[in-house]
Ligand binder design. Sequence first.
Ligand code: AMP
Length: 225
Amino acid sequence: MSEVARASNGTRARRVCVYCGSRAGNRPAYTEAARALARELAARGCDLVYGGASVGLMGVVADAMLAAGREVIGVLPSALFQREVAHRGLTRLVEVDSMHARKAAMAELSDAFIALPGGFGTLEEIFEVLTWTQLGLHAKPCGLLDVEGYFGHLGEFLSHTVAEGFVSRRNLEHLAIDADPSRLLDAMTTREGAADLAVAWTMRYGAPPRPVDQGGPGDRSSPSG
Ligand code: AMP
């Protein structure tokens, strides 16, 4: 086994979270890439965490991992069981009550994150975990599988965010981008300095907001409560 996607503490990334479209897109290459990524993950002994649907690329990657004999954990909000057609053949299907709880559960269950082509949901999910690396909440590797240049414009835009001084080059370098699943996983090794950040995976993302004392006469809530 050569370079394997590694968790931030240097151990092998056992569970890899794949974010991807609830649609399959217009090109067969997207489906082929989802299968190729699953084969590469399986060959490296990784298991899958994903959104729990049976539709689109989500279903393709889950089916391919199952076919390769790996464990697949799906995390799906109750409200999406019908719309995204919950996958009934998974190793484990975790039912949660909100989109926020879904993302928090997927992130906590996973050692690394990869986005395949997808839409708003996919982009939002990978950018959220990427921003958490920037804040030092975790240092798990993040990557984009750039199938047929799907993420090309996004890569250019991200370079623009660095050039314009809104993102540091070091933070952008936490995001690996490659068209080849094997090279992508190899690139998703610990980046220099990432270990400094690898501590506080403590975010309670689904916690209810605390009451804020507005100082008004009728407000008896404690700001520390
Ligand atoms: P899409 O890339 O838009 O096809 O969505 C891919 C997956 O992301 C689907 O399972 C969506 O339900 C999910 N998704 C969309 N928006 C969000 C969100 N705000 N938080 C968590 N998951 C989301």
